[in-house]
Design a protein around this ligand. Structure first.
Ligand code: PMP
Length: 307
């Protein structure tokens, strides 16, 4: 279990994490009616604590709430208020080095039935130890027996808590079979993503990733990799990906806040490349980690200094 920091933000103020509680009668608990995001904080070389792509995380939280119809969040929160709350909680916990910050908008109205509009919401923030969800030295994946929930059933680009039962099923299936994580396919059999990370492959020096309409979460790290790859002159394609393309890829990696950038060395008992970090993955990874830590001069605008 990852270590939890003691002070949480809940209901407009700080409180000990054990006292930040939702009612068992709230929609958040009854239906998983909450939306969330997670972003990393790091200390840069100058000793400042920086958050990665904070405005994009706030925007995605707003968009997730909008898609689901949780309208009171947007009415009550601004980017400025959000930043102040983040600063308050990282300062209260004296966060140094690196950590993950999880922000959730919970519908805490009691027994309103299965609806979403005009209901009370409460925002929670807590901080936990940055333990990656995938090994960083070559992960092993298994195609999931569970398909990714299609956008027309539960929207994939909304980060909604209840939908994560789909990820839990697929990840546990992978673990039960001795793998690190799953590859989700959509109803048509195309590759979507992992349980909580996006996927990239390299074939013939082209970087390929499933498109944003492939029933996946539009990851902020996915966007970062696409921007970085174009910037350094790599050929990049967003398109449908067949499972068998993964079997013959030169390189595969996953990316996401909690996965960082994780090279994949095996999929469905087939090795990827020669089971070493390939040249494209290495080039992107070296730069990505510098950007994430706020130590890349060109990408300083991707980090917000928190203190
Ligand atoms: N897909 C899913 C299903 C996820 O839960 C995550 C983690 N948030 C990602 C992709 C990666 O998104 P991000 O880069 O914004 O962390």
């Amino acid at each position: 279990m990852a270590h939890l920091y003691e002070q949480a933000y809940f209901d407009n103020g700080l409180r000990p994490i054990g006292e930040a509680q939702l009612s068992i009668a709230s929609s958040a608990v009854l239906y998983g009616l909450s939306v969330y995001t997670v972003f990393p904080v790091h200390t840069n070389k100058a000793g400042q604590l920086v958050a990665f792509r904070l405005p994009e995380h706030f925007e995605r939280l707003i968009n997730s709430a909008r898609i689901i119809g949780i309208d009171t969040f947007e009415q009550n929160w601004t980017a400025k208020k959000f930043l102040e709350a983040i600063k308050l909680v990282v300062t209260a916990n004296d966060v140094k080095d690196k950590a993950f910050v999880r922000v959730t908008v919970h519908v805490d109205e009691l027994v309103p039935g299965t609806r979403s509009r005009g209901l009370n919401t409460v925002l929670s923030i807590f901080i936990y130890e940055a333990v990656p969800i995938l090994p960083q030295t070559g992960a092993r994946l298994k195609t999931s027996v569970w398909r990714r929930i299609p956008d027309y059933a539960i929207p994939s680009r909304a980060k909604v808590n209840g939908a994560y039962v789909n990820s839990v099923l697929a990840k546990q299936d992978a673990i039960d079979s001795g793998y690190d994580d799953c590859v989700f396919l959509d109803a048509a059999g195309h590759v979507c993503e992992l349980s909580a990370a996006n996927i990239f492959l390299v074939r013939n020096n082209t970087l390929i990733t499933p498109g944003a309409t492939s029933d996946l979460l539009e990851g902020i790290n996915r966007r970062t990799i696409l921007e970085l790859a174009s910037d350094i002159g790599l050929k990049v394609v967003e398109r449908d990906v067949d499972l068998t393309e993964l079997y013959i890829a030169d390189e595969i990696f996953a990316c996401g806040t909690s996965a960082y950038l994780a090279p994949i060395f095996e999929i469905d008992a087939r090795r990827v490349g020669d089971k070493t970090i390939g040249p494209v993955t290495k080039q992107l990874s070296d730069r990505y980690f510098k950007i994430l830590h706020g130590d890349d001069a060109k990408y300083q605008h991707y980090v917000t200094i928190l203190g």
